[in-house]
Unconditional design. Structure first.
Length: 281
């Protein structure tokens, strides 16, 4: 492939097959965000992500989301890495870091590990077509480039989300879009609190996210929940509500949408639907 059109490697060992898969997932994820954002990925899924005014703040809050899973991960940001941020990052082991640029002093810090892969992301758009080998053929599909905005949201509950909740709902939806289904994301104040990904049950994905958030002492009161597909039953919104979630974003489209909407109305939760199912596989 034409990898040199996407990034320049300025340090580290040869990039492996698995590295490339994680790098691709990281680039697709960071492309969703205009605000200054830092993300940590493991096995193609975000285990930490935060949008903050500075790169250092974004890094610290991304790492706080899951400092255990961050070990050996792939890091990506849409901001310039400075020396202070590089020093903080250098405290953990990671495989790859991707950024649009680095201060000279930052490169001196990050380059202390000879095998660490340091990439400079170029301003190149990914192709609109995606290819995937399967059995004895190849699947081709349009890349999922839709990024929902406020205009795409339809409030389906009596209670409308606050401005902060709307911001967090859109934030969480960007993450769940780029997580392996079945996926649930819990977020608050521009920070990924926890996610449950790649589960065969949406309820299990939610329970996984709640358990992980609590294990790192996050308060879920006032958090939002994003789901990458509709809720066929109200069990997920009930579990989320009891955990402290106050707003929900989901595609809608179930013949039983009303069951989840009714539960939200009875318990003072706001819900918005997008009409778009991302459902990453």
């Amino acid at each position: 492939g034409k990898l040199d059109e996407v990034f320049d490697q300025i340090h580290g060992k040869e990039i492996s097959y698995n590295n490339l898969l994680d790098i691709n997932a990281a680039v697709e994820l960071i492309n969703e965000f205009d605000d200054l954002t830092f993300a940590i990925l493991k096995h193609n899924n975000a285990c930490g992500l935060a949008s903050r005014p500075t790169v250092l703040e974004a890094w610290k809050d991304a790492l706080a989301g899951d400092p255990v899973s961050a070990f050996g991960g792939v890091l990506i940001t849409n901001g310039v890495i400075d020396k202070e941020t590089a020093g903080a990052i250098n405290e953990i082991f990671f495989e790859v870091i991707i950024a649009p640029d680095y201060d000279v002093d930052a490169l001196e810090v990050l380059g202390q590990k000879k095998n660490r892969i340091i990439l400079v992301r170029k301003d190149t758009q990914l192709p609109h077509k995606q290819f995937r080998s399967l059995l004895n053929g190849v699947l081709v599909q349009e890349r999922d480039l839709k990024i929902e905005t406020v205009e795409d949201l339809t409030v389906v509950t009596d209670k409308e989300p606050t401005q902060q909740e709307i911001s967090d709902l859109l934030f969480a939806n960007k993450i769940v879009k780029n997580s392996k289904s079945n996926a649930i994301v819990l977020a608050k104040n521009g920070q990924l609190l926890a996610s449950g990904v790649g589960q065969t049950s949406r309820v299990d994905a939610l329970k996984q996210a709640i358990e992980k958030a609590r294990s790192f002492d996050f308060d879920l009161k006032g958090a939002v929940m994003a789901s990458d597909a509709f809720f066929p039953f109200p069990d997920c919104v009930e579990i989320a509500h009891k955990a402290g979630v106050t707003a929900v974003i989901q595609p809608g489209g179930s013949i039983r949408d009303n069951l989840s909407i009714d539960y939200c109305n009875e318990n003072g939760i706001s819900m918005v639907i997008t009409g778009i199912r991302h459902f990453k596989h």
